[in-house]
Structures are given as C-alpha cells and as structure tokens.
Design a binder for this molecule. Structure first.
Ligand code: PLA
Length: 461
C-alpha cells in the first residue's frame, strides 16, 4: 500500500483542469488517502509525478504584479461599477448625445448599408491596408491637390487607429533613427509615453502648459525645442491639444517651424481630432499643411475614432511625407515590414467606411455637417459650463480659460485631490490630471458639474 497525498479521483489532471491552481494544492494537501499500488508500481509513480506536477504548477507567473488601472480607460471601468444616479463619465474622450448616449453617425450607417449591398469579401488586406482608404486619408489630411501627394512623396500605411499608427512610427524611429530622441509636450496624452517606452524610443518633455495663465508656455516650449539635440523628433498635436485644449496660434506655429528648421528636427504630428476641433477638416489640418508646405519631412498619425465615431473599428493611418518619391517608397516598404510581424495586416471594415464616406460626395458633405453638429454641441456645453461657473462662483475667480480651450476636453486646473473629490463626493468620473471630457457632458448636467467643480476647487486643497 502506498500513501499518497491526493485523491486518485478528484485530483486527476482532468478534474483539476480549469480549477484555480491554489484550489488544486488545497485538495492535494488535505485530501490524503490510500491508493493501492498493487499490480503496478508504475501507476503509482505516475500518480506521484502528476501530483508533483500539479503542486509545482502553482503558477510560473506568481510574481507578476497587478498592473495599475489605465489612467483614462480605467476611469470608464470605475464609472460602470458606480451605482449613483448622478454619476457622470467625463473620463475618456468619447462623444455622447445630449441624452448622454453613444452616437453612431448617420453617414456611417449609410456607408455600412452600401457595404452590405456590395457584398464585399473578407479576404486579407495588403499589409499597407485598403488602397482606397490610404488615398482618401492622405488627401483629407493634406488636401487632394497638395504637391507632396501629386509628386508621390507620401508613404501612407493604414494603422490600428491613432494608437497603432503612432506605435508603428515609433517602431520605425527605433529601427532607423536609433539615436534620436522624441520630445513630447508637458503634459500630453498619457499613452504617448507608453508608446515610446514600449518601442524603446527615448523621450523627454518640452514645456507646454503654463498653470499661471492656464495657457500656452510658448517661450518655454521654444526654449526646450531649441535645447533638444539636433535631429530630434518633435511630437506635436495637430489640433485640439490633449489634455489642455490649448493650441498655438498660426503665428506661433510659424515660429515653431522656424525653430525645427534651425535645429534639423523632424515634426511628428498626432492628428486625432481633425474636423472635431473647429468643425472644419481643412482648418484643423492647418498646422500639418504648414510644415509640409515648408518642405519638412513630416510624420503624421491619424485617427477616425472621434471625427467619424469609429472608436472600436481601430481605423487610422501613419503618413510619412518624404523629400522624394523614392524615399517614400522605401519608407513605406519598411513600415510594412514592421507591421507584418506585429499584426500582419489591418482590419477592413473601418477602412471601407472611411473610403465610402469620403469617396461619395453626398456622404462626404453629410459627414461634414454631422461633424459640425458634434463640434457645435461640445462648444455649447463649454459655454454653458462657463456660464454656470461664473454665475455660481462668488469668489471672483476667472473661469474664462474654459472658453479659450478647444476640442473635446477642458483642462480645469483641478489638482489630484480636487479631481478625486469630484469622483468620490460628486460621482463625476474624470482623469486625475483635472481633465474633463466635454463630449460626455450634456447641457442639462452643466449646473450639477459647476457645483462639483466649485466645491472641489474651493474646499479641497
Ligand atoms: N492621440 C491622442 C492625442 C488622443 O487623444 C487619442 C485618444 C489617440 C491618439 C488615440 O486614439 P485612437 O487609438 O482611438 O485612434 N484619446 C482618448 C482615448 C480619446 C484614449 O485615451 O485612448 C482620450 O480619452 O484621451
């Protein structure tokens, strides 16, 4: 008789499969029983081997630490878990209707209907993505008659929305400009740092936001860009800077271009809000077009999450405007080479939606009208919030900076504890840097939000 520290029935590998390993050990330790080894020592050894294997397999990942929740997407998780009726999700930049419901654009529904009627197949796309999409996206960004397009100097590769496009460009920088640094604004969209960290690209910050004026620290920005090693990549938000909502003026953009030229830096634009900031696609592309016009080689990551509401379709692009068509061809070939082992080729659905909307004059003008409407709703909410704050706050504080900010967000100036008070006391879910997404706010809720902001600002240090 052999005494084994497990039950021959319940501790069988099949029975254990799918159970948490800790439970398996519990069984192994407490369920001691006798198993007959008569007839076959081998059988008994097998059981022992299995038991040892089970015990050893606590987990090879036991030392993996819990990752912190994402500072932006984690806010939505916390919001979903909250049961308070007044709760508001002003964390992630996702457009909501006045009833605070997600919005699918009518042009998207129409394009999808067209796509269904065409009955297109689901074959793999080429690595660089859907040709009609790539053409449309570069034209939207630069203008169809832009010289860089006419002379085939633009390398466009469809990406996994803005994030995936930024990540692909970061991988390119890591491989082909390994000693270059990327300069990012302080503050910036939090994921920029993760993207460059994971791609192994060194980065540092340039001054951008001045808390004293709640405006742009233009002098600081220029000084830091000047001080960066020549040939750095300077990450710029094409429009509607996230999180501050503060953009340089056209004159300031020109000065920024002068400094980049002087230092031999390469501009790298993140364009996540084209058309969403001002309501006009062309106006919001001003900064990018200025740099292209001036003859820079430019990186531009684009996203259709916000302007077409295609958040979960993961549709965007990376464009590299090069000095010759030969360089553009080679750059594109290397972007494809980087994409292939990462995700092979991009998804087709969102690309077809964009291509159909942009390619059809009626849908295109309908899209522009819908975009204006969305941008307009956000502007109305911004104004109402400002009105409520200035009427209710008797301290004399000037809230007019809210009106000067543009895009989806308002950077309220609330610090971490004040932002936490917004959530803990008022059930207003927002990022800890004091950013609120006005796209998730309704006119009806401005009054409540103003009370929450005034309380948090004046009563919490
Ligand atoms: N670049 C900037 C400046 C962004 O604000 C965002 C999205 C992206 C890129 C990436 O968007 P995409 O991958 O969906 O195209 N920022 C959001 C969402 C709206 C997020 O954090 O992912 C935000 O709440 O800041």
């Amino acid at each position: 008789m052999a005494s084994l520290a497990f039950s021959s029935t319940s501790a069988s590998p099949v029975a254990l499969r799918g159970r948490p390993n800790k439970l398996a050990i519990g069984v192994a330790q407490s369920g001691a029983c006798h198993v007959s080894a008569r007839g076959s020592d081998r059988k008994a050894r097998l059981f022992i081997t299995r038991a040892v294997a089970v015990e050893k397999k606590v987990s090879r990942f036991e030392d993996v630490a819990m990752a912190p929740p994402d500072p932006i997407l984690g806010v939505s998780e916390a919001f979903r878990a909250c049961t308070n009726e007044s709760k508001l999700n002003l964390g992630v930049g996702a457009y909501r209707t006045e009833d605070l419901q997600p919005y699918v654009l009518n042009v998207v529904k129409k394009a999808e209907k067209l796509m269904l009627e065409k009955g297109e197949n689901k074959e793999y796309l080429p690595i660089e993505g859907l040709a009609a999409f790539n053409k449309a996206t570069a034209e939207l960004l630069l203008g169809a008659d832009n010289h860089s397009i006419q002379s085939q100097r633009v390398a466009t590769v469809q990406g996994l929305s803005g994030t995936g496009s930024l990540r692909l460009a970061a991988a390119f920088i890591n491989r082909y400009c390994p000693n270059s640094k990327v300069l990012i604004s302080s503050p910036t969209w939090g994921n920029h740092k993760n993207i460059f960290n994971d791609a192994g690209v060194p980065w540092s910050e340039y001054r951008y936001y001045d808390p004293k004026t709640v405006g742009l620290d233009f002098e600081g920005m220029i000084a830091d860009i000047k001080a960066a090693p020549s040939g750095s990549f300077i990450l710029l938000h094409g429009c509607a800077h996230n999180p501050t909502g503060i953009d340089p003026t056209p004159e300031q953009w020109t000065k920024i271009a002068d400094v980049l030229e002087e230092k031999g830096h390469t501009p790298f634009f993140d364009v996540a809000y084209q058309g969403f900031a001002s309501g006009s696609l062309d106006e919001d592309a001003f900064s990018v077009r200025l740099f292209v016009e001036r003859g820079f080689e430019v990186f531009v990551a684009q996203s259709y999450s916000k302007n077409l509401g295609l958040y979960s379709e993961r549709i965007g692009a990376i464009n590299v405007i090069c000095s010759s068509s030969g360089v553009a061809n080679r750059v594109k070939s290397q972007l494809k080479r980087l994409a292939r082992p990462m995700y092979s080729n991009p998804p087709v659905h969102g690309a077809r939606i964009v291509a159909n909307v942009v390619g059809d004059p009626n849908l295109f003008s309908e899209w522009k009208a819908e975009m204006e409407e969305m941008a307009g709703r956000i502007k109305n909410v911004r104004k109402r919030l400002y009105d409520n704050l200035s009427q209710k706050d008797k301290s004399g504080k000037d809230w007019s900076f809210i009106l000067r900010q543009i895009g989806m967000f308002s950077y309220t100036g609330l610090n971490t504890s004040q932002s936490e008070n917004m959530t803990n006391k008022w059930h207003v879910y927002m990022t800890k840097d004091g950013r609120i997404s006005l796209a998730g706010l309704s006119l009806a809720k401005c009054d409540y939000l103003a009370d929450a902001i005034i309380d948090s600002y004046h009563n919490v240090n």
